[in-house]
Design a protein around this ligand. Structure first.
Ligand code: FCB
Length: 444
């Protein structure tokens, strides 16, 4: 008899995040998050939109889970709103928040959908921002306390946890560029915020390991394929610097216990740095790759010493982002080589295109189908070349609140009519369902 454990299936799923879909911001004891505050501040979001209602998933989750099952998804990546659990970020626990996620998780499992739970997808409780947010080292500890509670409560049923979503975007968009909550603008904050986020990750991992048997855990990193603009030495050096900043600032501390040498001078040397780095580098089971971008970089005199150029092609998504499928395979192979011993999940991949709902309730989105096919094919090629890729999650399950861009860019494989909150499966959703049902054979 073969006693070896059967290999786990490839995870074909879709992803969402709490603030982007849940709505119900004032219900059942939920506290205010930095995204509530940011979205309600004039000028921050396209057309003044907010996530107050979003896709009303808080009330419609049963139908949404049923739809996932109809689309043959065997996994779903979702996030927990910290301020539903701890309305003030710490202190008193809100049982109604736990109850909501318990029901949702049970619903997923009842439909044979494996939950991948992200603990932090950017919606920090506002009360913690008032205490300094991620610029305050204590936030790392409060995050670990929250992670401790969540992994205790869910760990009997949830095995796959993602501590942080895209630490670099939280750092850069939130604290350097100011286009995301909390809207701060200071390059000097970059490594401070990154250090505290990753310290929080490390402490959360320790709690998670203590609480969850057979856990599988990692980070969803935002990773871009980066190329130098020319083959001149200074552009090549600038591309390496850009890569250190954009890709490796989160990868290296967590996977190698050090900040990239190119940006090490930006990190405050103090007597806790060595210990912090040890905590950041916890053994992880998987590396999550969120992939959307291809950057050409050239040298620039002013800080930070490099410049990201506008895309060189006209094949752009509605976000103005280049569709560059081969970059996904390149990145996966690079991750497999540079950080061996980890499974790899594509924790986000997808595109926004202007969608039109027909009178008969259909959405014909051939460009999204092509985008997904090309990206999946690129991933499958990397897998065939030996990279341990174990799952692919489309961003997003349904159209939702796309941060500073409001409801304009539609990323879903399910169309959301935001006025009626009705859902319509797009052609891309139908294609994905069929692709999975037919065995997900390698695409060309
Ligand atoms: C990623 C975010 C996700 C979504 C996509 C389009 O950076 O993680 O929430 O907004 O981009």
């Amino acid at each position: 008899m073969d006693t070896s454990a059967s290999p786990s299936p490839f995870f074909w799923g879709a992803a969402t995040a709490s603030y982007q879909i849940e709505g119900a911001v004032n219900e059942d004891g939920r506290g205010v998050s930095i995204w509530d505050t940011f979205a309600h501040t004039d000028g921050n979001i396209y057309a003044g939109e907010t996530g107050d209602i979003a896709t009303d998933h808080y009330h419609r989750w049963r139908d949404d889970v049923r739809l996932m099952s109809e689309l043959h998804l065997n996994s779903y990546r979702m996030s927990i709103a910290w301020s539903r659990i701890f309305p003030e970020g710490r202190g008193a626990l809100n049982q109604a928040g736990i109850d909501f996620y318990n029901r949702l998780i049970d619903g997923l499992i009842a439909h044979n959908i494996t939950p991948f739970v992200t603990l932090y997808h950017w919606d920090l409780p506002q009360a913690l921002q008032n205490a300094g947010g991620w610029l305050n080292r204590d936030t790392a500890k409060w995050f670990a306390d929250y992670a401790n509670v969540m992994t205790q409560k869910l760990g009997d049923r949830v095995k796959h946890f993602i501590t942080l979503n895209e630490p670099f975007i939280a750092v850069y968009n939130g604290h350097v560029e100011g286009s995301h909550a909390p809207g701060l603008k200071n390059l000097n904050y970059a490594t401070v915020v990154m250090r505290h986020l990753l310290l929080g990750h490390g402490l959360a991992m320790q709690a998670l390991r203590a609480n969850v048997a057979n856990s599988s855990a990692g980070i969803a990193y935002s990773l871009a394929q980066i190329d130098p603009d020319t083959d001149k030495d200074d552009d090549i050096a600038a591309a390496a610097l850009g890569d250190a900043f954009i890709n490796r600032m989160a990868l290296e501390p967590t996977l190698r216990g050090e900040f990239p040498k190119e940006i090490a001078h930006m990190v405050q040397e103090d007597n806790t740095l060595a210990d912090d780095l040890r905590v950041m580098r916890q053994p992880m089971d998987f590396i999550g790759v969120n992939y959307y971008r291809h950057y050409f970089i050239r040298a620039k005199q002013e800080m930070p010493g490099f410049e990201v150029l506008p895309p060189k092609t006209k094949d752009l998504t509605e976000m103005g982002w280049e569709s560059y499928p081969q970059g996904l395979g390149q990145l996966i192979q690079r991750i497999a080589k540079d950080y061996p011993g980890h499974d790899i999940y594509v924790t986000e991949s997808g595109a926004a295109y202007p969608d039109v709902l027909t009178e008969t309730g259909e959405v014909h989105d051939p460009r999204r189908i092509e985008y997904l096919q090309e990206h999946i094919a690129s991933m499958q090629k990397a897998q065939a070349a030996g990279a341990p890729v174990k799952g692919y999650f489309i961003w997003s399950f349904m159209d939702n609140f796309e941060w500073a861009c409001g409801f304009k860019p539609r990323f879903g494989i399910v169309y959301t009519d935001f006025s009626s909150q009705r859902r319509y499966v797009k052609d891309s959703g139908k294609w994905y369902a069929e692709f999975i049902a037919n065995g997900a054979h390698p695409l060309k």
